[in-house]
Design a binder for this molecule. Sequence first.
Ligand SMILES: Cc1cc2nc3c(=O)[nH]c(=O)nc-3n(C[C@H](O)[C@H](O)[C@H](O)COP(=O)(O)O)c2cc1C
Length: 92
Amino acid sequence: MQGAEAIGNAEVIFVGSPNWLKTFAPPVRSFLRTVDLDGKTIIPFCTHGGGGFGRMIEDYKRECEHSIIKDGIALKGDYSFDELKAWLDHNL
Ligand SMILES: Cc1cc2nc3c(=O)[nH]c(=O)nc-3n(C[C@H](O)[C@H](O)[C@H](O)COP(=O)(O)O)c2cc1C
């Protein structure tokens, strides 16, 4: 599978989703179950309507128990680019 091949060479993967019903959207769950992310570092990011990550981080840890899940960033739907840039500057 072409997608899986491309992921194969990456050590750090940003995975993003809107918060839907306190967790990631179903296509993201399919992605996590389809692609081999063992040993990879996952940096989650999400947009939300007020609930932050909800239980998304726990769900990442359950779906990807052999990956390293970093704190990542949860941004409210009306976030400013400055907020994102400050996080990127501080964390990367
Ligand atoms: C089906 C659905 C479920 C949602 N559930 C939540 C939720 O549990 N918690 C929350 O904070 N926001 C929730 N939201 C709000 C979305 O996270 C928010 O609208 C989205 O992140 C903004 O990105 P968008 O412009 O791509 O929709 C939900 C939105 C939809 C459509």
